[in-house]
Design a protein around this ligand. Structure first.
Ligand code: ADP
Length: 431
């Protein structure tokens, strides 16, 4: 992949943007780019420098992404969700032996939420931490939906990055106290230590009390660019259908990342995404910003399999689907018959969310009720009826969240798409 149109061969110590940045070491890589810890020589701070592959379609996608990221930086600096969405600090072009590369500069972030889930061996992150992450993601989403006109469309644990100083704090406060974790490490005969981003040079301290940030690197939808938003003309295909139909080109669906739009389809990544896909996306019905709120509620970790199973589990948990979803989606007929019953799966066992929380996850009756009351408005089956993120950030369940005292939006919990364009039906900009 280090060839014409491919990755740029970045060297440690190399300078970028006329000497503004010096590369310190590699942070990671993805389909699009390699990412490098670099020093900003003007400020002395460290940044994450993303060097995008040079082929034309990567460049175009990156330029689109920069437009969205600039919108995120500028839309409304006073919104409390602003600081929970990653900031683009700079962007420029860099000429190399394999062509011209778009470069983007971000603040340095730490581990993603999936890593945090693994630290607790998939047994559940402590509730105070869950509340902190939940509140910050909801605030960030409200900012994207209400102020930026952006739907994230690929919200999942991997895309929620924890601010680096906070990762260190979390490890100190929680991980070493977790007896199960210690036991497991003992059983495995080694202490697993994750390398945080360290180095001989000082790293930026945590900017503030915030720590989760929504990574926009794979965001691929823009509702309202400038002026009047253009309504979408028809429903989009569901993600798994795209794969099964051998990558049908054309319309993108919410959970299809830019990478897949480029024909790069990764089965494992697809499976990850399916866990947080909303019914309207699976069924190929109309969707809008409210699909992000569904994904947010699903990050509690429920595992889903194929579309049929996924829908069956949703029915077991949340009850029968409204007729409009059973018949209205592009793929509804593959899953439901004309009577609105599942075609391939019978004998469902209704197991309501509060009961699941109590019986399977061993929460008390009272706590199960409180958690369910918080989650269910975000799991409304009809996109139009789903609660908006900003309102839910102010829900009583999140009262007293650590580090978030007094952070409040003037939005009533349980309100829906009021004031958010494209809440239930995406509005697409014309390219
Ligand atoms: P791509 O768009 O090419 O798939 P990603 O945005 O997924 O690239 O980044 C690739 C990897 O680089 C990530 O998995 C992560 O390890 C690292 N990374 C990206 N952005 C940052 C950042 N702001 N701070 C720290 N590490 C980062």
């Amino acid at each position: 992949d280090y060839c014409k149109g491919g990755y740029h061969p970045v060297q440690v110590g190399e300078e970028y943007n006329n000497g503004k940045y010096t590369v310190v070491r590699k942070l990671g890589w993805g389909h699009f780019s390699t990412v490098w810890l670099s020093r900003d020589n003007d400020t002395g701070k460290h940044v994450a420098l993303k060097v995008v592959r040079s082929a034309a379609h990567y460049t175009e996608t990156a330029l689109d992404e920069i437009k969205l990221l600039n919108k995120v930086v500028q839309a409304n600096i006073d919104h409390p969700g602003r600081k929970h969405v990653v900031s683009l600090l700079d962007s420029f072009n860099h000429k190399g032996p394999h062509g011209m590369h778009v470069c983007m500069v971000f603040e340095v972030l730490g581990e993603n939420l999936l890593g945090l889930i693994k630290r607790w061996n998939h047994r559940g992150i402590p509730m105070p931490l869950v509340k902190q992450i939940t509140k910050q993601v909801l605030l960030g989403l409200d900012y994207l939906h209400r102020e930026c006109g952006i739907i994230h469309t690929d919200l999942k644990p991997e895309n929620v990055l924890i601010e680096i100083g906070d990762v260190e704090q979390i490890v100190k406060t929680y991980v070493q106290e977790d007896p199960n974790k210690a036991k497991d490490e003992h059983r495995n005969g080694r202490r697993r230590r994750r390398t945080l981003i360290t180095g001989s040079q000082p790293l930026p301290s945590p900017l503030n009390a915030s720590f989760s940030q929504t990574d926009l690197s794979s965001l691929n939808k823009l509702m309202a660019e400038q002026g009047k938003p253009v309504p979408i003309t028809g429903p989009s295909p569901s993600p798994s259908q795209d794969v099964e139909m051998s990558g049908a080109a054309g319309a993108t669906s919410p959970t299809k990342s830019m990478k897949e739009s480029l024909g790069i389809s990764d089965e494992a990544a697809q499976k990850e995404r399916e866990k947080t896909a909303s019914p309207e996306v699976i069924l190929g019905a109309k969707w809008g910003a409210s699909t992000d709120v569904w994904s947010m509620a699903c990050m509690s970790g429920t595992k889903y399999g194929k579309d049929d199973d996924h829908i069956a589990q949703v029915i077991e948990l949340l009850g029968t689907f409204p007729k409009s979803l059973c018949v209205g989606g592009k793929w509804s007929q593959e899953i439901f018959n004309r009577k609105g019953e599942l075609r391939n799966i019978h004998r469902l066992r209704h197991w309501a969310l509060p009961d699941v929380l109590r019986e399977k996850y061993h929460f008390s009756i009272e706590e199960s009720k409180r958690i369910a009351e918080f989650l269910l408005p975000m799991l409304e089956l009809l996109p139009a009826d789903r609660a908006n993120a900003g309102g839910m950030a102010g829900h009583g369940f999140l009262d007293g969240t650590k580090g978030m005292d007094g952070v409040k939006l003037e939005i009533e919990p349980g309100t829906k798409g009021e004031g958010i364009d494209g809440w239930a039906t995406e509005i697409k900009k014309q390219r």
